[in-house]
Each structure stands twice: as structure tokens, then as C-alpha cells.
Design a protein around this ligand. Structure first.
Ligand SMILES: Nc1ncnc2c1ncn2[C@@H]1O[C@H](COP(=O)(O)OP(=O)(O)OP(=O)(O)O)[C@@H](O)[C@H]1O
Ligand SMILES: [Mg+2]
Length: 233
């Protein structure tokens, strides 16, 4: 199981939604999680001010490298999972990725989001080798439209041109993922009245968390991007 993951792309692409969703899965599975809001606009810090933050989730607002490193180290020592919303700034994405076991580059199915995702990927590749931990990152689709379009297929082609792995599971575009930002709480604590489709959102979020490696037993690679993930038997 991974103990620290960061999420961020050089263009706004559903980073905060993905970070909150993954932290929510962990909390629902009784895993203590430190959700770090290192992004420019503090979406998760704002979310944390509402009622309904699960007891297993603590939210920290951090904007500098040293504080982030201290937080990640302390959480690792306590055996807690760390999920960092690194936002869209290059320096913060690099720093967060360097401190974590895996970095997720969210991709919305728009051409701009895809080009910036590839730019983020290249930035991390240039940075690989620096820092103490093995490098590991992947693309995750963050708000997939259920009706495939020609644009969506071209976007896929942009991302697939990179040797970096794209997770086979992503998040479909659903109102359920937006509900926590409106009402507080998580997709696991809200009820169906607040947002239809919570069941599907929960199942999808849990599958993604497994695929990424923050739930259950996952064998992970520690170096070359592009190698397939192998799920332990
Ligand atoms: N899977 C999804 N389903 C529905 N809406 C989504 C999904 N993912 C993201 N969104 C919506 O898209 C918008 C941008 O998402 P989000 O705030 O997570 O992105 P961000 O990268 O953190 O952006 P910002 O730079 O504004 O902080 C939000 O309105 C969010 O609710
Ligand atoms: Mg955000």
C-alpha cells in the first residue's frame, strides 16, 4: 500500500475533486488520512470548514516546501495516508511529487487539459532522479463524459503518446463528486437526496483507489514510468 500520493496538473483539471474523493475512500475504509491542501486557491481548506469532515480525515493547509515535507514525514511516521492537492503550480507539483510514492496527473477530456497533462508529465520526467524516493506517476481521467466524442478520442491520443501509464479507471463526470463541495461531507457520508448516483460514485472511487494503490495490497514499481502496474495476487 502506498502511504503518500500527490495530485496536480499544470492546468486546472479536477485536482481537488480527485484528492477529496481518494481521501474519502480511505476514510470510509477506516484508514486515517491527512489531506493536504497545497493548492493556490485552498478548495479543500474551504471544504474542511463545513460540517461533515470524517473523523479519520485531517485537513492541513500548506503553501511552502519545508512545511509540506515536515507534514508528510510526520504523517508517515504515524502510519497515516497522505493525499496532497498540489494544485496547478509547477514548483508545488514537483515538490509534492518528490515527497510522495506516486503522483497523479488528472486529465479532463479537453484538448487543453491533455496538453498540460503531457507537459506536467514531461516536467516530472525531467525532474526524475532528484529527491530521495523512487519516481512514479500516472495519468488519471478526472471527469470523463459518458458519451464518447471525437474530441475525447483525440484527447486520449495525446495522452497515449506518452510512455507514462494511464490508469484504466478514472472518474466519470457525476454530480455526486461535486456534492461534498456544496454540502460538506463526502460521497460516503452524504445521502442520495443530496446527490443522485452516490452508489456508482462510491464504487468507482473505491476501484480507482485500489488501482492507484492506496487500498489493499498492491505491488508497485519504483522507477521507470510506462511499466504496467501489477496487482498482487
Ligand atoms: N468527476 C467529476 N464529475 C463532475 N464534476 C467534476 C468532476 N471532477 C471535477 N469536477 C468539477 O470541475 C470543476 C473543477 O474541478 P476541481 O475544483 O476539482 O479542479 P481543480 O483542478 O482543483 O481546479 P482549481 O484550479 O479551480 O482548484 C469543479 O466545478 C468540479 O466540481
Ligand atoms: Mg482545486
Amino acid at each position: 500500500m502506498l502511504s503518500a500520493i500527490s495530485i496536480g496538473s499544470l492546468k486546472t483539471s479536477g485536482t481537488s475533486t480527485l484528492a477529496l474523493t481518494l481521501a474519502s475512500v480511505a476514510a470510509a475504509a477506516d484508514i486515517p488520512v491527512v489531506l493536504v491542501d497545497a493548492a493556490r486557491d485552498g478548495d479543500l481548506a474551504a471544504w474542511a470548514e463545513r460540517d461533515g469532515v470524517p473523523a479519520k480525515v485531517s485537513v492541513e493547509r500548506v503553501r511552502d516546501e519545508m512545511a509540506l515535507e515536515k507534514l508528510v514525514r510526520a504523517a508517515r511516521r504515524r502510519g497515516e495516508l497522505v493525499v496532497i492537492d498540489a494544485g496547478d503550480e509547477a514548483e508545488m507539483i514537483r515538490t509534492a511529487a518528490r515527497l510522495c510514492d506516486r503522483h497523479i496527473i488528472p486529465v479532463r477530456f479537453s484538448p487543453l487539459s491533455a496538453s498540460f497533462a503531457v507537459e506536467t508529465d514531461e516536467m516530472l520526467r525531467q525532474d526524475a532522479g532528484r529527491g530521495r524516493r523512487g519516481r512514479d506517476w500516472c495519468f488519471v481521467a478526472s471527469a470523463v463524459a459518458t458519451i464518447p466524442s471525437r474530441i475525447a478520442r483525440s484527447v486520449e491520443a495525446i495522452v497515449e503518446a506518452s510512455p507514462t501509464q494511464r490508469m484504466p479507471i478514472g472518474l466519470v463526470q457525476r454530480a455526486a463528486y461535486e456534492a461534498p463541495f456544496l454540502f460538506g461531507g463526502t460521497i460516503f457520508t452524504l445521502d442520495e437526496e443530496a446527490a443522485p448516483g452516490l452508489d456508482r460514485a462510491r464504487a468507482e472511487a473505491a476501484s480507482l483507489a485500489y488501482a492507484i494503490g492506496i487500498l489493499g495490497k498492491i505491488e508497485t514499481r519504483k522507477s521507470a514510468p510506462g511499466v504496467e502496474l501489477r496487482r498482487a495476487a
